[in-house]
Design a protein around this ligand. Structure first.
Ligand code: FES
Length: 127
């Protein structure tokens, strides 16, 4: 499974929005660090967070058990299953927020924004 990722910090720095249609195109033209925008592969037995770590990236996390929301990501394209989720309100899940520690790809291609825990809506959940 191929994942294109973008760090929320870059969106914040450049004044972009999660809803921008051309978010990833803008990111490609912004000369971002390869830890902020790039691609990685997720193997079948890996969660999205594990895949990022196993490919050498340091994404935020804490409990690894679906209970803290530090690892939250935003789905721009594709779908992640969520076997263990004790914290994400339904309304945020419907908007596309998922927990990467417990997120297993259900589609061949994904586009996600990681490090979204600093968004006000999620900040309230963080333990
Ligand atoms: Fe706590 Fe994922 S690390 S919910």
């Amino acid at each position: 499974v191929r994942v294109e990722f973008l760090d929320y910090a870059a969106i914040d720095d450049y004044g972009w929005s999660l809803d921008d249609d051309d978010l990833f195109r803008k990111a490609s033209h912004a000369d971002l660090d390869e830890s902020a925008h790039g691609r990685l592969l997720v193997h079948p037995d890996e969660s999205l967070l594990e895949a990022a770590e196993n490919r050498g990236f340091a994404w935020p996390f804490s409990c690894r058990g679906g209970a803290c929301a530090n690892c939250a990501v935003y789905l721009v394209e594709g779908e992640l299953s969520q076997p263990t989720d004790h914290i994400m309100p339904e309304e945020l899940a419907e908007r596309g927020f998922r927990l990467s520690c417990n997120g297993y790809p259900l589609s061949d291609d994904l586009k996600i924004v990681f490090n979204v825990k600093q968004l006000a809506e999620l900040d309230d959940l963080i333990l």
